[in-house]
Design a protein around this ligand. Structure first.
Ligand code: M6R
Length: 627
């Protein structure tokens, strides 16, 4: 969703803001703009479309001041256009906003009655109007913001500047993230650390209803009601190199190749290699967030095992790709640990009045940790008295901070809008979690646990071999893009992988795709099959194999063109398929981690071949901070 960057310091604000906005491009946007101090006023330049359009307009523009704000907009209220692009400017107040003001109709009505005129169709402009009215009354931007906050309903993070206080920037939030980067003689405020990390590693994470009052390179933090706050400064341990393409054509391809390492990094903290046991480390159920880092791993693992042994039911709630990871988790947890698991799409869960019995654990999965529906589902689960645990990639994100227990994907920064490495890391974590719960409930012998761990530890090396299909899909893409659509099918723990493959094709190639349980084929989708419909059948040699084979025969008999994914050198699958792709022999528990890679490569190459923007597919955003 929208990206925000504000700069107060001695560098050229235009350069810092544009660089920051570029690093936030992955969040998805459709227009951009800046307002930078020059000769006592904030000069505003905006453009519809990509940042290159804004850069062109800014070429040759000189700015004399130290202070500026910038924004990439993902349209919610009003079409993508220059007129609706941020910053919004009302009587010397300039403002950028990420989120949605839910009571904007009411505010607009009120402002209209007071004679206000609007120059955009956005909800954001109304906040600029409200602040402009208050600075007129108070003569102070910070006081004005304080008075406006109680008027706003919804989710927002906002930066505001006012030309009568040309050294001051005020940042406040309720919902979408906002971070302060503290440099030597400069402050950068942004939606995400990516925009900050080239300039400083020191960051402060604003919480909801907190205000940052930045004057020059000095900052003070307050609650919305004006109490001064002291907050810890965190030091980031990664650098700008982590967010470069490192020679790959796209971030997505780089991230696909990073998957073996991502899985290894996700599982490393949680395996006791000497005893070949899972030792969930740092989950910290109920430990205050700021004390998590000091936990004694052994003690915490023992406590976690005890806490989980009392669980009767698990809910896994997430959106999109994270939801499909959760569905694989259901197979793992039910089969290995014999605990009932319900999976839910977060936007359904939060509104369907779910029955959450006592002794329930609600697991929320979110790469970004900011997805609005998932966050709301987490809050609902807490209110219902459930134990909650998050699986996030972004540490200190809203979901990570609000959950009671925590697991981390450890995938490294994921820039491509299409989630890849975070997905496989989550599968690996859910695998470990299922083994841990299974042991805590007496469902797993030490020998079985060791066997499953060996399968998981072998998977990064096996993933490397599957990545070699990159070349094959690169060559086949030209032909594959000609199909009317692709039907992805599988059974068991690979069924969610079929749905994930279909989602990837839809979001990147904009082609029609369906993910189906292979056993459902006769109940409808068989009618879709002809020679223009490609079937991607995931059919590893497991206990579903014979049945999947029959489904494949049925599809072939109806003229379907088939790519099959099987184990090793499978002559039967070769006979039935146009193309056969071989996967390494693996336990069913890790098979989804291997099977998803060819599906990601297929979507990537077909989309690239079609000339689509693979890293920023149309209409999509990396971090969906509005519902
Ligand atoms: O950050 P989250 O994991 O909560 O995001 C959830 C979905 O928006 C996300 O997985 C989306 O489906 C991806 N674009 C899929 O590639």
């Amino acid at each position: 969703m929208c990206g925000i960057v504000g700069y107060n310091g001695p560098r050229n604000p235009k350069d810092v803001i544009l660089d920051g906005l570029r690093r936030l491009e992955y969040r998805g946007y459709d227009s951009a703009g800046v307002a930078i101090l020059h000769n006592g006023e904030f000069k505003r330049v905006r453009a519809s479309g990509k940042l290159s359009e804004l850069s062109k307009k800014l070429e040759g523009e000189a700015f004399g001041g130290r202070l500026g704000i910038g924004h990439t907009r993902w349209a919610t209220h009003g079409v993508p256009s220059e007129r609706n692009a941020h910053p919004h400017k009302v009587e010397g107040v300039s403002l950028v906003h990420n989120g949605i003001i839910e009571n904007y109709q009411e505010i607009k009505q009120e402002l209209r009655q007071l004679g206000a005129e609007f120059t955009s169709d956005t909800d954001s402009e109304l906040v600029a109007h409200l602040i402009a009215r208050q600075v007129r009354a108070t003569g102070d931007l910070f006081k004005a913001v304080q008075q406006v906050i109680p008027r706003l309903k919804g989710a927002y993070s906002i930066l505001a500047v006012w030309e009568k206080q040309p050294d001051t920037l005020v940042a406040f939030k309720n919902g979408p993230p906002l971070i302060l980067g503290i440099g030597d003689d400069e402050i950068i405020v942004a939606s995400d650390v990516q925009a900050i990390v080239s300039y400083t590693k020191k960051v402060i994470y604003l919480d909801d209803f907190e205000i940052a009052h930045v004057r020059g390179s000095d900052y003070k933090l307050f609650s919305a009601t004006g109490e001064p706050l002291r907050k810890p400064v965190h030091v980031l341990n990664w650098n700008a190199d982590a967010i470069e393409k490192a020679g790959f054509r796209h971030f997505m391809l780089k991230e696909i190749y990073e998957q073996p390492r991502a899985v290894a990094q996700a599982i490393a903290p949680h395996i006791d290699l000497e005893r070949m046991r899972v030792r969930l480390s740092g989950v910290g159920f109920g430990v205050p967030y700021e004390k998590l880092e000091g936990l004694d791993a052994e003690q915490d693992a023992a406590k976690t095992a005890q806490q989980l042994s009392g669980i009767d039911r698990i809910f896994i709630v997430a959106c999109g790709t994270s939801y499909y990871a959760g569905q694989v988790g259901k197979y793992l947890l039910e089969i290995l640990a014999r605990v009932p698991v319900e999976t839910d799409i977060a936007s359904e869960f939060r509104y369907r009045e779910p029955v959450i019995p006592p002794h329930s654990l609600v697991i929320v999965i979110s790469q970004s940790g900011e997805t609005a529906d998932t966050l709301a589902a987490l809050r609902l689960a807490k209110q219902a008295g459930a134990m909650t645990m998050s699986i996030c990639n972004v540490k200190r994100s809203s979901i990570d901070r609000e959950a009671q227990g925590h697991l981390y994907m450890n995938s490294g920064v994921e820039i491509g809008v299409a989630s890849t490495k975070a997905f496989v890391s989550t599968l690996a974590l859910l695998n470990l979690f299922a083994l841990f719960v299974a042991r805590s409930r007496g469902q797993l012998t030490a020998e079985q646990e060791k066997h499953h761990l060996e399968a998981l530890l072998a998977v990064p090396a096996q993933m490397e071999t599957v990545l070699s299909y990159d070349k094959w899909f690169g060559e086949a893409a030209e032909q594959l893009k000609g199909y009317r659509g692709i039907l992805y099918m599988a059974r068991g723990a690979n069924y969610p992988i079929a749905m994930e493959g279909a989602l990837k094709l839809k979001e990147l190639a904009y082609m029609h795709a369906e993910g189906y349980a292979a056993g459902e084929m006769k109940h409808g989708p068989l009618a879709l099959i002809d020679e223009r419909m490609l079937i991607m059948m995931v059919a590893p040699t497991d206990h579903h194999y014979e049945k999947t084979l029959s489904n494949l025969e049925e599809a072939k008999a109806r003229g379907g063109h088939i790519i099959s994914l099987g184990t090793g050198d499978n002559q039967e699958l070769k006979r039935l398929s146009q193309y056969y792709l071989s996967l390494p022999k693996a336990e069913w528990t890790v098979s989804p981690i291997l099977a998803v890679i060819p599906l990601q490569l297929l979507a990537y190459h077909v989309a690239d071949n079609l000339g689509h923007d693979v890293d920023q597919p149309r209409n999509l955003a990396k971090s969906v901070t509005v519902e």
